[in-house]
Design a protein around this ligand. Structure first.
Ligand SMILES: *[C@@H]1O[C@H](CO)[C@@H](O)[C@H](O)[C@H]1NC(C)=O
Ligand SMILES: *[C@@H]1O[C@H](CO)[C@@H](O)[C@H](O)[C@H]1NC(C)=O
Ligand SMILES: *[C@@H]1O[C@H](CO)[C@@H](O)[C@H](O)[C@H]1NC(C)=O
Ligand SMILES: *[C@@H]1O[C@H](CO)[C@@H](O)[C@H](O)[C@H]1NC(C)=O
Ligand SMILES: *[C@@H]1O[C@H](CO)[C@@H](O)[C@H](O)[C@H]1NC(C)=O
Ligand SMILES: *[C@@H]1O[C@H](CO)[C@@H](O)[C@H](O)[C@H]1NC(C)=O
Length: 816
């Protein structure tokens, strides 16, 4: 019996093994092509090659590509063979080694649509194509000679270990080229690659011609334009130049991390990392940092506004050139006029007089485009006439002098500051599109009957609207009056309340926050749009939101409601008119310096809020992301801790990864990095770092400034720790200079000692939040703390690295 079952088991193992061996081959040869659902998988199971249809592809077109097989659950192509020539039926298409030894893709009609195109391949019998664990597809002869490899023909992705560079013999420069839109791998407008002239730097190009970004030349350590790309270990990023080629390559310090660099459809280069626990990719850094700095990101006449969604809009009198693409997020076609210009190009004059032909419309809030053509004009009227005289002139501005622009305007941007009046831009439109001056005469022809019917229709619509609004306002009033209870809002109501998410308050962790106003004189609210948190199911999300909604304390920001429908998750918080602590502390001239009194109260209040989180509610909540950005101030400067409970909403491990990646590193306790278990003491550490910043009024991490001799000035927490630990030192030197020493000496002494205790490396030495509150209140005395060992180590040699790491994480938090 036992023997029989063993034999059966053995048979089963052999069968399974045989199957795996038979189907999961890693090679394509003249005798084994792939088509339909058949794929080949690299030996270690890292990558898979086969036919696929990209997510978001509406045409059911298929491509041959390579994607991650192991670990990455989303189909993420890293290379595509037939980018521009999809096949429609993979079952009757074939990827095979052809008679001349080339790897060829034959479509359903039997036509070759893609080939590896090696001129002197070989007899097909001696050639195989193999997919490797590095993601490289290699066409090689029996004797091992490599004829062709996919890594030398990258599409939009640069994988670790791959050389991206220049073949000095052929002059061919490899470049990443963005997809056209996210569902179509056809080559798009943006490319990223090494300088074809052979200098050791990267360029980003638009339309293969316009160079709009450069990394600066690699100096062996960093790219001057991308200081955050430096690393502790030089082997991470490498430039190699020899007689035949020059190239860059990069590797990851932690081989278990899955990461890739892509030339994104948006026009940004993005380094992404796979988060296994969340089942999705997260962006580690991007260039250019600002989406609006991408060349022609909104196309001709499109106006870019980083703070709105969508970030491209058309100015008044214009509409998207291609509505469908615009909706899909492809703004490259830009905007066109509602009605064509009347100007007659052959004579440079409007069909009729100017009033009936073209006119100019003020484009408010748009900053002046670059490279104007100057013109002679002594008044705004003259300037306008100068522009209207040429049909190619599309805009003018008359500030201190007359400036004209010709042709399509690219890179229009929303103005950052409101400098209305001086630099007003006037865009040329058909007079029909300019209000008031518009079609005065045609109006006469509009029949009375149609006016009457429009009137009747609008009355009906109005009545219906008022009716619906009343219903809706009831829901909102309930929200306001119920106080304690959470309200489940409709997504559309919140969209309206935030004017379509137009006023961004900040881009905190886990999503952006927008200001909103509940209708009918309702309260101001802050609406947080959670991003990329689909790992927690709808039901769990609602449960967790309810638990968080119950947590109420004078020093915690109150959650008033939420909305969860489909993928969109919104949280509604009370609005804090004085913004966040970082603005109050580091806002520069815009924010008057907080008095010591206010600072001490803020420190105490934030500590009490954290204490309540740790010990006051039923389940202990670790905040995990304490930093000045997450401490908000109400009208009376009462501090309120924001963004707590996120770990519940997004799953604990996810929050951990996120904090490691995007939380400002200066606030992270050593446990995060060393891998020790996370306890409430991580919040104590972060709080200590924030307390130092409250005292000094400067970012701990940003005070690396070179003095006259080029030396780095010292890291504030270290300076503070040294002063605190040496008896008899006057601590007033640590105080924000703007306060001119105006502080309660005893409070300052207590605060400095508490801060230093909080940032001890050993979590057991750190006080609890309860002790922190008691020490600050003066209820218990504070002993002299020791200097934390890691601060001491930091002072020895790694200062420069640390500055760059900080810049790196700052870049991260900006880009995310
Ligand atoms: C679908 O096909 C049309 C025309 O062939 C093309 O313009 C469009 O970009 C394609 N869309 C996608 C998502 O592939
Ligand atoms: C393909 O099959 C033929 C005959 O079955 C055999 O002679 C040849 O070696 C095979 N080629 C490869 C590359 O396996
Ligand atoms: C490369 O060098 C040539 C000649 O020196 C120069 O004209 C060209 O602008 C350079 N190209 C780039 C991209 O720097
Ligand atoms: C891109 O460049 C080509 C010539 O290199 C030009 O014909 C085409 O109009 C350009 N595209 C845009 C959108 O300007
Ligand atoms: C450059 O190419 C030649 C001929 O292909 C080869 O012999 C030589 O080893 C190559 N040099 C380097 C540094 O790879
Ligand atoms: C129209 O005006 C432009 C700019 O002033 C000029 O370059 C062009 O030659 C003129 N065309 C005709 C047909 O007059």
């Amino acid at each position: 019996m036992a023997a029989a079952s063993t034999a059966l088991l053995l048979l089963l193992v052999v069968a399974i093994h045989g199957r795996v061996w038979c189907f999961a081959s890693d090679t394509i040869s003249v005798n084994s092509s792939i088509s339909g659902g058949r794929t080949v998988v690299s030996r270690g199971g890292n990558f898979e090659l086969g036919f696929f249809s990209p997510a978001g592809n509406s045409n059911r077109s298929y491509y041959v590509g390579i994607w991650y097989k192991k670990a990455v659950s989303q189909c993420t192509p890293v290379w595509v063979a037939n980018r521009a020539a999809p096949v429609s039926d993979p079952a009757s298409s074939q990827l095979a080694v052809a008679a001349d030894g080339n790897l060829v893709l034959i479509n359903e009609a039997g036509k070759p649509v893609w080939s590896s195109d090696v001129s002197s391949a070989s007899s097909s019998n001696t050639v195989v194509a193999a997919i490797l664990d590095s993601g490289n597809l290699v066409l090689r002869r029996e004797d091992g000679e490599v004829l062709w490899q996919s890594s030398e023909h990258p599409t939009d992705t640069w994988l670790p270990g791959v050389h991206l560079g220049l073949n000095k013999i052929t002059g061919h420069a490899q470049a990443l080229t963005s997809w056209k839109i996210s569902g179509a791998p056809a080559p798009g407008m943006f490319t990223f690659g090494i300088d074809p002239n052979g200098t050791n730097q990267f360029f980003m190009n638009w339309n293969r011609t316009v160079n709009f970004w450069s990394s600066g030349e690699w100096n062996g350590d960093i790219f001057p334009g991308v200081p955050e790309l430096t690393s502790h270990d030089k082997n991470d990023f490498e430039f190699v130049s020899n007689a035949n080629s020059s190239y860059f390559t990069y590797s990851l310090q932690d081989p278990t991390v899955i990461s890739r660099l892509v030339m994104d459809v948006s026009g940004q280069v993005r380094q992404k990392m796979w988060l296994p626990s969340a089942g999705q990719w997260t962006i580690i850094w991007t260039e250019p940092h600002k989406l609006c700095d991408v060349y022609a990101v909104c196309g001709a006449f499109g106006v870019c506004n980083e703070k709105s969604e969508p970030f491209c809009i058309c100015p008044a009198g214009f509409r998207p050139s291609s509505e469908g693409d615009w909706e899909l997020g492809d703004h490259s076609h830009g905007c066109r006029r509602n009605n064509p210009l009347q100007c007659d190009r052959s004579t440079n004059s409007s069909v009729h007089d100017m009033d009936d032909g073209d006119a100019f419309l003020l484009a408010p809030g748009i900053s002046l485009p670059r490279n104007p053509s100057p013109a002679q004009a002594s008044s705004a009227q003259d300037c306008r006439l100068a522009c209207s005289r040429s049909c190619d002139c599309t805009a003018y501005s008359y500030g201190s002098r007359c400036a004209l622009w010709y042709g399509d305007l690219l890179n229009l941007q929303r103005r950052v500051e409101d400098t209305a009046g001086m630099d007003d831009l006037y865009l040329r439109l058909s007079a029909m599109d300019v209000p008031s001056k518009g079609r005065r005469r045609t109006i006469v022809f509009v029949s009375v009957a149609s006016v009457a019917s429009i009137l009747a229709l609008s009355v009906i619509v109005c009545v219906l609207r008022i009716f619906r609004r009343r219903q809706r306002s009831i829901a909102f009033l309930q929200a306001a009056s119920e106080g304690g209870n959470l309200v489940a809002y409709e997504y559309s109501d919140l969209r309206r309340a935030t004017k379509n998410f137009s006023e961004k308050l900040g881009g905190g962790s886990f999503g952006s926050v927008y200001k909103g106003t509940l209708p009918h004189g309702g309260a101001d609210v802050a609406v947080k749009k959670l991003e990329g948190l689909l790992c927690v199911g709808e039901k769990q999300f609602r449960n967790e939101v309810r638990t968080i909604g119950v947590i109420q304390h004078v020093n915690l920001v109150r959650l008033c409601g939420f909305s969860s429908r489909g993928g969109e998750r919104l949280l509604v918080y009370e609005y804090m008119p004085n913004g966040s602590l970082d603005r109050a502390l580091f806002g520069g001239a815009a924010a008057p310096a907080l008095s010591w009194r206010a600072r001490f109260q803020i420190a105490l209040g934030a500590a009490r809020g954290l204490l309540y989180l740790h010990e006051g509610c039923r389940d202990c909540i670790i905040h995990c992301d304490i930093k000045p950005e997450n401490i908000l101030l109400d009208e009376g400067l009462v501090p309120k801790v924001a963004d707590f409970g996120m770990a519940k909403l997004v799953g604990r491990e996810f929050s951990r990864v996120l904090t490691t990646v995007r939380g400002t590193i200066g606030y992270l306790a050593p446990e995060w990095i060393s891998g020790l278990p996370i306890t409430a003491k991580v919040d104590v550490y972060s709080y200590g770092m924030v307390l130092m910043e409250i005292i000094s009024g400067r970012r701990n991490a940003r005070c690396w400034e070179a003095d006259e001799e080029g030396r780095m000035s010292e890291y504030f927490p270290l300076v503070a720790a040294r002063k605190v630990t040496s008896e008899g030192e006057a601590l007033v030197g640590l105080l924000d200079e703007r306060l001119n020493g105006d502080a309660d000496e005893q409070e300052l002494d207590r605060a400095c000692r508490v801060a230093c205790w909080c940032v001890q490396d050993d979590e057991a030495r750190r006080p609890t939040m309860e002790q922190v509150v008691q020490m600050l209140e003066g209820v218990v005395t504070v002993d002299v703390p020791p200097i934390p060992a890691s601060l001491h180590a930091l002072s020895q040699n790694t200062g420069f690295v640390s500055m760059h790491t900080t810049a790196y994480f700052d870049g991260l938090s900006r880009s995310l």
